[in-house]
Design a protein around this ligand. Structure first.
Ligand SMILES: [Zn+2]
Length: 661
């Protein structure tokens, strides 16, 4: 008796990518509804409603993009050749805060899906905001996806707080669970952007609904160093300690993991997504994938978002994975083409914990497959002596443009290179319009240091006025004697090592930006704590009362990033560094509170001591009165105001707020 099916693909080279790498030369795949019912000789027993002749072509599983941020297709080429933190915190996140909405996400997803279908991808693992919009657009495009809702410890485009984003993730999972194409999941973004509580809550959520959990792990050396410093251990054992591995985890990157960590990942059945282009482009390094495969980990290949790649081409990614493994090990037998292609199909599906549905051509799996034309000029001739030759043809010579037909869940998404579920022309035009809006926003920001400061977060306008004076003093002893004496009352004192980096810009109107790092010292001169701040100050003095200056500080931000981050982000025209040993007192003299700094310049080195006296002020009259008291105080120290001390030395402290009446 002959069985019947809906569709029979015949005369194809069938790469099943199953456990034993079965290849059927000139054979068939039988499909009924959304599933594969038979492959190879078994399929030839079927009679079909429709038959497609695939002579000269390969039929293989659709590629699995194991890690991406699909809506970021809209941010492709937004900022390149920057270090990871500048790229992420300086460009991606500010633009996302401004533009990411359900409509943006829907458009970006459709653009990304169109590109992926064209290059033979049928399934991907996503992580983004408004994930329900990603899921809707993906399902409408007919693709399969693990859609993971991002949870972060700071506000995101779709949630004001972490509690909100967790509630959003729960709601999303509840509504999309059991969908034919979409597997919903929570995505705590990364250990360094989450709290232990977020990691735990996300793992509990994933366990509760029996869905996977998507996260970035050990992407950079810096991340691992910081984990060692703050938690006393590298990233993998730390997240394990937080209970993360109770869930079915898909971990992107895992670039900096040691053998013990790889074994821990294996033991917890954590799937790994290897993202070679993104890791190279952002200078993160190369993940030890050959070793991971040796240890039996489920490793897939991902493109990461289009903003860090800059395309979603899995053919390119698979080839790079194979070449890179050889290049870094000096061993051309590392990661052969066959294993690389297995990573891009079965391995990715396993890493995503969706291999019961997709990743191989086997009876019972969903019909997620592609037809690849091997008869292009760049791929002839072909040798059939070595059974692995076909894998080399696909991995080393085929291009994504050789994909002719794409089917997902039994539905054609592309036939003869024409997309069937998405309108390419419309997407191109809509994406161009969106890019113009982002360009306008960023251009506006780039012309102002203040706007750029606001864009990286935390900047507050903190206008404060103060009178201040600087002077050389003949000796530190005389100053210390006055402080110890009866004329002044000391409220508190501190001692620190101060590193100031001043940046100026081509446009002098932008003012000075100062990055200040204070290391507080105890009596023995040991560092007890440190802090860093950014201050943007105007160049102009408000007014001078003799040598006593009235100055105004403008904007103030905690410096959450390194000095190098800010240097690369702000791109100043000039930099100069001042390093000093500073003793600081808050004291009262004649009923007025003053800050007194006794400084010894270490860099640029200078003999002798300097003092700075300053007091906050609220009105011109108050400023004038305080200037007179300062002059008396200076006389006690045996000095007088000296306005010739260089500008770079002038430090304009930001205090409370106040307006000058
Ligand atoms: Zn990523």
């Amino acid at each position: 008796m002959t069985a019947t099916c809906d569709l029979l693909l015949t005369n194809a080279i069938v790469l099943t990518m199953d456990e034993t790498f079965t290849v059927h030369a000139s054979s068939s795949v039988a499909i009924a509804g959304e599933s594969i019912v038979a492959v190879g000789p078994d399929a030839q027993m079927y009679e079909a409603v429709e038959t497609v002749d695939c002579r000269g072509r390969v039929v293989m599983p659709g590629l699995v993009n194991a890690h991406t941020h699909v809506p970021m297709a809209l941010l492709r080429g937004l900022a390149d050749d920057l270090r990871l933190d500048v790229w992420l915190m300086g460009y991606m996140m500010p633009v996302e805060r401004e533009f990411v909405s359900p409509d943006f996400v829907r458009l970006g997803t459709r653009l990304g899906c169109a590109e992926m279908i064209r290059s033979g991808v049928t399934c991907f693992a996503d992580m983004y905001y408004f994930e329900e919009a990603v899921a809707e657009a993906t399902a409408a495009a007919g693709m399969r996806a693990l859609c993971a809702q991002t949870v972060l410890r700071f506000p995101t485009p779709d949630a004001a707080s972490y509690e909100d984003s967790l509630a959003r993730a729960r709601d999303f999972i509840e509504r999309w669970r059991g969908h034919a194409l979409i597997v919903p999941a929570p995505a705590p973004h990364a250990p360094y952007t989450c709290t232990p509580d977020i990691l735990r809550s996300c793992a509990e959520l994933a366990v509760e609904f029996d869905v996977p959990l998507h996260i970035h792990l050990s992407e950079t050396e810096l991340e691992v160093e910081e984990s060692r410093r703050t938690h006393g251990m590298p990233v993998v054992p730390w997240v394990k300690k937080q209970g993360l591995f109770d869930a079915k985890v898909l971990a992107a990157h895992c670039v900096h993991v040691d053998d013990g960590e790889m074994r821990a990942l294996k033991h917890a059945n954590v799937g790994v997504a290897h993202n070679p282009t993104s890791n190279l482009k952002l200078g993160a390094g190369v993940a030890p994938v050959a070793r991971m495969l040796e240890l039996g980990l489920n490793v897939g290949i991902g493109t990461d978002g289009a903003a860090s790649n800059n395309d979603l081409d899995m053919f390119e990614e698979t080839r790079l994975a194979a070449l890179l493994a050889k290049g870094v090990s000096g061993d051309p037998t590392a990661l052969p083409a066959r294993d690389a292609l297995a990573m891009a199909t079965r391995g990715g599906a396993r890493a995503m914990h969706t291999d019961h549905l997709t990743g191989t051509l086997e009876a019972g799996k969903r019909a997620d497959l592609i037809v690849v034309d091997l008869d292009r000029l760049h791929n002839v001739p072909a040798f059939r002596r070595d059974p692995n030759g076909i894998y080399a043809q696909i991995v080393y010579a085929s291009k994504s443009t050789d994909v002719v037909d794409v089917m997902c869940n039994g539905r054609w998404l592309m036939r003869d290179r024409t997309l069937l579920t998405l309108d390419e022309a419309e997407l191109r035009e809509a994406a161009r319009l969106e890019a113009r809006r982002v360009d306008v926003f960023l251009s506006g920001r780039e012309i102002s240091v203040l706007q750029k400061l606001v864009a990286v977060g935390g900047a507050v306008e903190q206008e404060s006025f103060e009178v201040q004076v600087k002077a050389r003093v003949p000796s530190a002893e005389q100053v210390l004697a006055v402080i110890a004496g009866k004329a002044v009352t000391v409220i508190r004192s501190s001692h620190y090592h101060q590193y100031d980096t001043y940046w100026s810009f081509d446009d002098a109107e932008q003012g000075w930006l100062r990055y200040r790092e204070d290391e507080f010292l105890d009596e023995a001169g040991k560092v007890t704590s440190a802090r860093a701040r950014l201050t943007l100050t105007g160049r102009t003095r408000e007014e001078a009362f003799g040598a006593v200056l009235l100055s105004r500080s403008r904007y103030f931000a905690p410096a959450a990033h390194s000095v190098r981050f800010y240097r690369e982000y702000f791109r100043p025209a000039a930099e100069h560094v001042v390093e000093k040993d500073r003793r600081r007192w808050l004291l009262v003299y004649r009923g007025v509170e003053f800050y007194l700094h006794l400084d010894r310049l270490l860099n640029p080195p200078s003999d002798g001591y300097f003092i700075e006296v300053k007091s906050r002020t609220w009105s011109r009259r108050d400023a004038r009165d305080k200037a007179a008291v300062i002059a008396e105080l200076l006389a006690l120290f045996g000095t007088s105001p000296d306005d010739t001390i260089s500008d770079g030395y002038v430090t304009l402290a930001a205090g409370g707020t106040g307006s000058l009446g």
